[in-house]
Design a binder for this molecule. Structure first.
Ligand code: B12
Ligand code: SF4
Length: 544
């Protein structure tokens, strides 16, 4: 009997060992299809507090197919890296291919980096919004191939093509250059028909310490649930995912939230969709599902003013929605028409207080500096901001911006010749991804995170328009300080006033006198706006 058990046990063990060797062998054969680095390129001004969803989605497609993937986010807030550091790291990793996301403001630096990497013999593939809009540009700046539009269905064939293991001309959605320098644009790849087919982002590749302290509980919470937008806003640099609104099923979205909550304890989710609420039925189902599954999360979304109403806001609030970002853009009705916004000021006047009434923080975005706007129109937007402000907890720093003519937008096409800003993203003078702290007045540094955009001088604003824009930003800054002591507010106001007046008289004198103050005095309101803790302790920096 004893012998029987011993024989049985040893043969069982042998079978298991053989099984292990066979599986290992298969894995070793199927693995090592390549080492891939996915890179979000360096920026002087951007700090990410959450991981880049697009690259994680690509990694999720690559890993099961035997590719070893490393994520490098040069903008990760606690581990920012410049081009030299990135190059050193990439050389150490010895990848077969590096895939880089291109967004317009960062291409100037990304191209420099690409040329240096390419000179080292490293294979480079570009993707993302800028690469999709202008596919031949990356090919002239060090990249071997460009993936146009959605990356998931194309990335594997693109890598194989760059490595010479698959014919480049057969990869749908690929732009490439042959050995004679000839530019080729292959047949378009159809949009993904069913987004539920996509794997969940490979969040395990993220190193949390790169993104800051352990309080950053929203790190893993960026989630996409739909793609495409039927809107045609004149300034919008989207379009990557097409005009047709496609969405994941409520069940699929809920499953991802459950898994992330369980694995990482993520308490807050931010939907990065362009316009989350376009399919009402689905949103109702998601809200109901969050409650039914007792997920106990909070969440936030971006959507259009005209896509919500009372029942939807009620359902959202009941399921944990704490913030909705709305693109209001202007307080000047004519501007709303000219930029093809589907909402009116009356709708905004209704929706913003309604959102706040349900306990959801409404976050409104404005754009200043449309070329047809003078000081009067600019002040109309400021007046509208003031009107809405009682319903707003505070103004977020990313909330108002100055119009940037992103490539291929209606604004860019209409005004590029008149204002002579063709291909501005390649010029040093207009590349606004620069710190500007040395060149800007204390006033600009404090209230005006996008000061460098004014320097780029896209639309040649008059002094009156600039003053009106300054007033709007100063209003937001002081509004965020409204709960401070009167002394603190007065102190800030006096500093701003003196700096602004002195700078208008003599910028160099202002810099000399206030120069050291910039370093001494912490920029209270921006940090007050950025580092606000939501009631559940979720650090909302992660979604900004
Ligand atoms: C979240 C977000 C942010 C976050 C980023 C957080 C983070 N950690 O990544 C923050 C708030 C920091 C941000 C800032 C800015 N953003 Co932003 N942002 C978005 C937003 C809303 C969602 C991005 C996302 O996750 N999408 C979902 C994923 C799945 O899509 P994806 O990233 O595009 O990736 C897919 C493809 O592009 C492609 N792909 C991407 N990279 C690569 C690489 C390779 C090798 C390949 C093959 C494919 C590929 O495959 C992916 C899967 O299909 C988009 C709008 C949108 N709907 O995409 C705007 C968007 C990307 N942002 C935009 C802009 C302009 C900015 C700013 C420049 C704003 C400013 N005025 O300064 C800054 C600068 C960003 C920076 N870091 O440099 C524009 C870009 C336009 C352009 N021409 O480049 C967009 C498209 C918004 C718009 N409609 O105008 N942003
Ligand atoms: S609604 Fe948003 S995503 Fe759609 S076109 Fe307008 S700005 Fe772009």
């Amino acid at each position: 009997m004893y012998r029987f058990f011993l024989d049985f046990f040893s043969s069982f063990l042998l079978i298991k060992i053989y099984q292990f060797i066979i599986i290992l062998g298969i894995k070793m054969i199927s693995q090592h299809r390549g080492h891939i680095v996915l890179l979000y390129p360096p920026s002087r001004t951007q700090n990410h507090h959450s991981c880049p969803t697009g690259l994680l989605m690509l990694a999720a497609v690559l890993e099961p197919q035997g590719y070893e993937v490393r994520l490098l986010d040069a903008c990760a807030a606690a581990q920012k890296r410049n081009a030299d550091q990135i190059i050193k790291e990439i050389i150490g990793l010895q990848p077969d291919v590096v895939g880089i996301t291109l967004v317009t403001p960062l291409v100037r630096q990304a191209y420099d980096l690409a040329k240096r990497l390419s000179a080292l013999g490293i294979n480079l593939i570009a993707g993302g919004p800028h690469a999709t809009l202008l596919p031949n540009e990356p090919l002239e700046n060090g990249f071997q191939a460009v993936v146009i539009g959605e990356g998931e269905p194309t990335i594997i064939e693109a890598i194989e093509a760059v490595l010479g293991r698959f014919p480049k001309e057969k990869v749908k959605g690929l732009a490439w250059r042959d050995s004679d320098g000839q530019f080729h644009m292959n047949e378009q790849r159809p949009l993904i028909a069913d987004l539920d087919d996509l794997p969940f982002p490979a969040r395990h590749l993220v190193e949390p310490r790169n993104y800051g302290d352990r309080n950053n509980l929203g790190l893993f919470g960026n989630i996409f649930s739909s793609r495409g937008c039927p809107g045609r806003c004149a300034y919008c640099a989207g379009g990557l995912f097409g005009k047709r609104f496609r969405f994941r099923s409520a069940e699929n979205v809920l499953e991802e939230i459950s898994q992330v909550k369980q694995r990482y304890g993520t308490p807050h989710f931010h939907f990065v969709d362009d316009t989350m609420a376009l399919d009402r039925d689905r949103l109702f189902k998601i809200c109901q599902g969050i409650k039914d599954r007792t997920l106990s999360i909070t969440w936030s979304m971006m959507t259009r003013v005209d896509s919500v109403d009372e029942p939807l806001l009620k359902a959202a609030a009941e399921s944990g929605c704490i913030r909705i970002d709305y693109g209001v853009e202007s307080g000047h009705p004519e501007t709303l028409k000219r930029i093809h916004k589907p909402h009116s000021l009356a709708m905004v006047r209704k929706v913003i207080p309604l959102t706040a009434d349900f306990g959801i923080e409404p976050c409104v975005f404005f754009i200043f500096g449309f070329p047809w706007e003078g000081p009067v129109e600019t002040r109309e937007t400021l007046a509208f901001m003031k009107e809405l402000s009682p319903h707003l907890h505070q103004f977020h720093p990313a909330l108002a911006s100055i119009l940037i003519p992103f490539p291929e937008t209606e604004i860019y096409r209409k005004y590029k010749d008149e204002y002579n800003f063709q291909d501005w993203w390649l010029s040093d003078q207009r590349s606004y991804d620069a710190p500007g702290l040395e060149t800007h007045s204390l006033f600009e540094c404090r209230v005006f995170p996008l000061g460098a955009v004014l320097d780029a001088d896209f639309f040649h604003y008059s002094q009156e328009v600039k003053e009106a824009i300054y007033d709007a930003f100063q209003f937001m800054y002081m509004y965020n300080l409204r709960n401070r002591s009167w002394f603190s507010r007065l102190n800030h106001l006096v500093q701003l006033f003196l700096s602004r007046r002195l700078a208008s008289f003599s910028p160099s004198l202002e810099r000399r006198i206030f120069g050291f103050l910039k370093k001494l005095i912490p920029a209270a309101p921006r940090s007050a706006a950025v580092f606000t803790e939501a009631p559940n302790g979720y650090d909302r920096r992660s979604s900004l």
